[in-house]
Write a protein that binds this ligand. Structure first.
Ligand SMILES: Cc1cc2nc3c(=O)[nH]c(=O)nc-3n(C[C@H](O)[C@H](O)[C@H](O)COP(=O)(O)OP(=O)(O)OC[C@H]3O[C@@H](n4cnc5c(N)ncnc54)[C@H](O)[C@@H]3O)c2cc1C
Length: 343
């Protein structure tokens, strides 16, 4: 056996998994592999917003766990690129119950008179709340920081062969890596031929995710404004000095392996149509952005599953556009699953 555990994918999910394995069993031999550089997949394009909410009890628990995890991480490593944020939620008054149900008690929702920015309005018939506990991170940089020494960058896994006593991985270098257990954390690369058959039962689909830069300076006290009904948000990126506007793009079957995707006129039109409802002055200032994709599950909850009969191969992903904010909880569930099999 070359290693006890191989983690495939060094995005935020894979690097958090490697960290969690090391925390629980410092003696475990762990190899982390990535076809590209650590933190360069969906993680590099992420807006990195954490808001303390969830659409189901499981996701709310995951959100609470992850918030506490990142707070500890930021305390232990003050250089980690994690930035606290003031946050305002706006929604139609008819959605008030849904907002109260979705946000964690620790968010301490408090009704507010406005959004905290004069140029971002609460629409007629709408309500606003302040929320505690929000932050954003530079996710690609954080994943690269969390990647263990010796992370094998530039090494693709080209085949995964489960066996009774070990898993055999073929690598793009021509080597074979024999691992006791394997965690697949491929972000949106769920269709990779190396594991597409193993993952087929999960029915994961890949959706485009788009966040536009808004060319507007950021003030120190600017809050993130979350448009609850639209599943959109305006995020002040303090470390760069401009804003991101993330809206829900409905383009499906995106290919993460295609040449770097570029913004298209429909992305600008769709984003501007949403932003015009709340901040018409800012809508015209979205002209560039981040375009990539993420893996979506049928129930819109992360998937953490054993893929083979012996339980030696675990999949961790299907983050539904929330892989940063739920990453620590996804990692904990994946390592729980490895531990439960006691292999
Ligand atoms: C524009 C945008 C905005 C977003 N905003 C937010 C947000 O505000 N909050 C939030 O929580 N989430 C957000 N997300 C989603 C979040 O970024 C993702 O869910 C998260 O980054 C997924 O992390 P990951 O580690 O699973 O995947 P990735 O970061 O994609 O990592 C997977 C890694 O696997 C590697 N890999 C793939 N195939 C192979 C192979 N065959 N062999 C070896 N390595 C392989 C890839 O190179 C990659 O590095 C956003 C996403 C986008 C695109």
């Amino acid at each position: 056996m070359n290693t006890d555990i191989a983690v495939v994918g060094a995005g935020i999910v894979g690097t958090l998994i490697a960290r969690e394995i090391g925390r629980r069993d410092p003696a475990a031999r762990v190899v982390v592999l990535d076809r590209d550089a650590a933190g360069s997949g969906a993680s590099r394009r992420s807006a990195g917003l954490h808001f303390p909410r969830g659409a189901s009890a499981r996701v709310r628990d995951m959100s609470a766990y992850s918030e506490a995890y990142y707070a500890r991480l930021a305390e232990e490593d003050p250089g980690a690129p994690i930035h606290p944020l003031a946050m305002t939620i706006i929604a139609d008054a008819g959605s008030a119950d849904a907002v109260r149900e979705a946000y964690l008690p620790s968010a301490k929702l408090a009704e507010a008179f406005g959004t905290g920015r004069q140029d971002v309005a609460v629409p007629p018939g709408g309500l606003a709340w302040t929320v505690q506990g929000g932050h954003y991170a530079e996710v690609g940089a954080l994943a690269a920081r969390l990647a263990p020494p010796g992370v094998r960058e530039g090494v693709a896994v080209t085949a995964v062969r489960p066996g009774d006593d070990a898993v055999r991985l073929s690598l793009s270098t021509g080597e074979e890596l024999v691992a006791g257990r394997v965690v697949l954390a491929p972000g949106p690369w769920t269709g990779d031929p190396a594991w597409s058959e193993l993952l087929a039962p999960l029915e994961i689909k890949i959706k485009r995710v788009v966040a536009l830069h808004v060319d507007e300076p950021v003030e120190a006290a600017d809050p993130c404004v979350v448009m609850h009904d639209e599943d959109a948000f305006l995020l002040p990126l303090r470390h760069r000095g401009d804003w991101l506007f993330s809206y829900t793009c409905q383009e499906w079957d995106a290919d993460p392996g295609a040449a770097a995707p570029a913004l298209r006129p429909n992305h600008l039109r769709e984003a501007q149509a949403v932003l015009e409802r709340y901040a018409p002055e800012l809508a015209g200032r979205c002209t560039s952005g981040r375009v990539f994709c993420d893996a979506y599950t049928p129930d819109r909850q992360p998937a953490v599953r054993a893929l083979d009969a012996a339980g030696r191969i675990v999949f961790a992903g299907g983050a539904n556009g929330s892989g940063y904010r739920l990453g620590p909880a996804i990692a904990a569930e994946a390592v729980d699953l490895l531990d439960a099999k006691g292999l």
